[in-house]
Design a protein around this ligand. Structure first.
Ligand SMILES: [Zn+2]
Length: 465
């Protein structure tokens, strides 16, 4: 048991309001889950429009905003991004403004057969709600709605806190119009505190605040050794094929223990919470007898060290494998970058390594480079302290400051446009949520506590001098 902080005077009333609002929050969430708002190319964009409209009407129904609307920004000259929802309420009497972010689009569901219940049919089993987007991130959307409902049920609608809501429509498809959107709506989005409700929690009973995110560098790498394919019986053993060159080159990216072996890719030196290799084996579903890679504390490997994965390969398929020396092989390289190193710098280190280690003089070409910077939250501001205290009150447990192995590149964009804003990365997921995978689900207890956390945070900010 950790000692509880001094509770907010409105905590009992907020807790009652959140509790009594929970059934409608869950049914509203179910209505959002039924809309298959996949933002990827090749999926019906009309569903993303429907979803934006449903979200707009939920925020409009709160009756606290000066303006609630659906808006898009261009990706480039020819294309518009997916619709986002933007709601604003001006601060009064010198109170701060808080921006609440989530996204209403979802990942494709994959094969229906891999799901125990249909992906867009919200289904409660045990203490979890299953469905695509039930956690990532329609629960983030609904946590904002339900927190504002509880807050206004207690304090009324005549409060001074400034509120901005930004519910993005293409987070799962690279946030392509995000930076144009925030520049275009810079004045409306300006806030003292930005809550990004799109991350996870330590476990279903312990909250987290995410303070570090790895960046990413991805690209296509083509390794070529021959101007055309040749008979492997005729030239094999003397002429190097591209597959051999690619295998040997890729094997230089990692040391024998599986840790990254690219000079110039840096790690961050930071203390991480305890997390056993057994827990990793369970949560990452390692097969019997397969052991983890890398070295150092497990969470240092996941949060503070680089990682390199080959996520795809273009080469002859096994059915088409003729007895020839393959002239050229292309792979997709996906690297995660530790906080503290820029994605540009990391890319240069990778590029240098590949050129220097290319075997047999094989030709190397790199294309389709995509980069996102890592990010460290400045934890020294008052907002992190307020959020941690709100979590402690709502969960009855002190939050764990966590890193996240994945990347949320748009956070770096946010900080660039709003350098003075304090960033809080929270979320409604837990280690069993399986976001992006079949059988995605939301733990309803986590949902409840996340709503109460945000309601307490709103009350605390309203009370700030
Ligand atoms: Zn998400």
């Amino acid at each position: 048991m950790t000692e509880l902080p001094q509770s907010h005077p409105l905590l009992p009333e907020l807790a009652d309001a959140v509790q009594s609002g929970l059934p409608s929050a869950i049914s509203d969430l179910g209505r959002l889950v039924r809309i298959p708002s996949v933002s990827w190319d090749g999926f019906d964009p009309e569903q993303v429009v429907r979803s934006a409209e449903a979200v707009r009407s939920l925020f409009e129904g709160l009756g606290v905003f000066d303006s609630v609307r659906v808006s898009t920004a261009p990706i480039d000259e020819d294309r518009a991004g997916q619709p986002a929802v933007l709601a604003t309420r001006a601060a009064r009497n010198g109170k701060p403004t808080i921006l609440l972010y989530a996204h209403h689009d979802v990942q494709p569901p994959g094969e229906d057969a891999a799901w125990d219940s249909a992906p867009f049919e919200p289904t409660v089993r045990g203490d979890r709600l299953y469905g695509r987007g039930a956690a990532d991130d329609k629960a983030g959307v609904m946590a904002h709605v339900a927190a504002i409902r509880a807050f206004t049920a207690v304090v009324g609608t005549d409060f001074d806190l400034g509120l901005v809501v930004f519910i993005e429509g293409e987070e799962e498809f690279g946030s392509r119009s995000f930076s144009n959107f925030i520049v275009q709506h810079r004045d409306e989005l300006a806030a003292d505190v930005i809550v990004v409700a799109d991350s996870d929690n330590w476990d279903a009973d312990t909250p987290s605040i995410t303070v570090g995110l790895r960046g990413n560098v991805t690209f296509k790498l083509t390794v070529s050794t021959l101007a055309h394919a040749s008979h492997s019986g005729m030239f094999g053993g003397a002429a190097p094929d591209a597959m051999l060159a690619a295998i040997r080159l890729l094997s230089t990216l990692h040391a024998a223990d599986g840790s990254v072996a690219v000079a110039g890719l840096t790690s961050r030196d930071a203390v991480t919470p305890d997390y056993s290799e057994e827990r990793l084996a369970h949560e990452a579903a390692l097969l019997e007898g397969v052991h983890p890679i890398g070295h150092g504390p497990v969470l240092s490997r996941l949060w503070d060290q680089p990682a390199i994965t080959i996520t795809g390969i273009d080469a002859p398929t096994v059915v088409n494998a003729s007895n020839t020396l393959v002239p050229s092989v292309t792979v997709k390289v996906s690297a995660r970058i530790a906080p503290g190193q820029s994605a540009d710098d990391a890319y240069r280190a990778l590029e240098r390594h590949l050129h220097e280690h290319s075997p047999f003089g094989a030709h190397i070409a790199i294309s389709d480079v995509d980069k996102g910077n890592p990010f460290l939250v400045d934890t020294s501001g008052w907002a992190v302290a307020e959020a941690e205290d709100a979590m402690h009150q709502a969960w009855g447990r002190r939050p764990v400051q966590t890193g996240i192995g994945g990347s949320i590149p748009f956070i770096a964009d946010l900080v660039e446009v709003f350098p003075a804003a304090q960033i809080l990365i929270t979320g409604v997921e837990d280690p069993d949520s399986r976001a992006h995978s079949p059988n995605e689900s939301l733990h309803l207890g986590v949902f409840h506590r996340a709503i109460l956390t945000e309601a307490v945070l709103l009350a605390k900010l309203e009370g700030r001098a």
